[in-house]
Structure formats: C-alpha cells, structure tokens
Design a protein. Structure first.
Length: 182
C-alpha cells in the first residue's frame, strides 16, 4: 500500500471481507498449509509521480473465530486498526509518516506488537485490565506516566488482571505517543 487510509476491524462472515479502493487493481490472495492460512492484500506497484500521489482507501474486516498475526507495510498512511474483537497473536506495522490508532482487547497470551514509523502520531487504546510493557526507540513525547505506567529498565510497564500481556515496541525518528486505558 502506498499512501492513503487503512481501516482494519472484525466482523467478516468468511475469512475476510474487504473494500480496496485505489489506483490500479489491488490483489487479494489466500494460501493455506495445514492449519495456517495466509491472506495477502497488495496494492499494485505504481510508477510515476502522479500515480504514486493517488492514495488508497482500504477497509478490511477479519473473522473473529481465528488467531491472527497481522503484518502491515504502508507508505504515508492514516490507519485505524480496531483489533479488540480479534484473537491477536502478533502485530507488525511499518510505515512512513503516519497517523495510527491501534485498539487492542484483552490478550489471551503474550502478544508482540512492533510499530515502526518514520514520524507521526500513535494512539494506543488498551483495556485497563491488560498487562503491558512498552519500549520506545527514537525521539518521542508520551503520556505513559499519566496513564499509570511505571518506568524502569528502559521500558514502561503496567500490571493487568488478565492471562496475557502486550509487549509493545515503538520505533520512530520522531513521534507523539498517546496511551488511552479504559
């Protein structure tokens, strides 16, 4: 995906449902092996200044009955990843300058979340019951202390009452990070 908007949520009747709008024809491919299914959504490669400046507008819904590992690569993007209803096992997000909202539910296991962006604004939404450890590489401004996280040994931490926890790593050359615990 080049630049544009991306929304990922839950509620698909099948494996996934999507509305992929943008220049060219995006591709969607599902491959399976044993109990593993890989959903690969890609925008077409775009050449030329005018083609690259046209944004994509993607909306994807995922089935809630499966374990999910998400890997998102994007250019400059505004993204809203509402993953609260999914059984998330891993999230990797790489982009250029971006505005990112990540909405997470209570984790069932230890879930690595790796967010890498060149610069931008990141809003993390976590339930108060979720245990979390957040490590930040790069320059950032955050509100983690105001949200009740303790800082020590290079990470921000909060205990939770659930069985799992999030291991969040944010890498950015400059970012504003806001944590919302509700």
């Amino acid at each position: 995906m080049g630049g544009g908007q991306l929304q990922v949520g839950s509620g698909a009747a099948g494996l996934y449902a999507s509305e992929l709008r943008g220049p060219g024809r995006p591709s969607a491919q599902v491959t399976t092996a044993g109990d593993l299914a890989v959903l690969d959504l890609r925008s077409p490669s775009q050449r030329g200044v005018l083609a690259r400046n046209r944004g994509n507008d993607w909306r994807v819904q995922l089935n809630t009955s499966l374990d999910w590992q998400l890997d998102v690569s994007a250019g400059a993007v505004t993204a809203d990843l509402d993953l609260r209803a999914l059984d998330l096992r891993r999230l990797t997000f790489q982009s250029g300058p971006s505005r990112l909202a990540v909405r997470l539910g209570d984790p069932a296991v230890e879930v690595p979340v790796d967010l890498q962006l060149s610069a931008g604004l990141v809003d993390l939404y976590l339930p108060r019951t979720a245990a979390v450890e957040i490590r930040v590489d790069g320059l950032s401004v955050d509100n983690f202390g105001d949200e009740g996280l303790d800082h020590g040994a290079g990470a921000w931490r909060a205990e939770g009452s659930g069985t799992g926890r999030y291991l969040i790593r944010v890498r950015a050359s400059g970012a504003r990070l806001r944590l919302h615990r509700g």
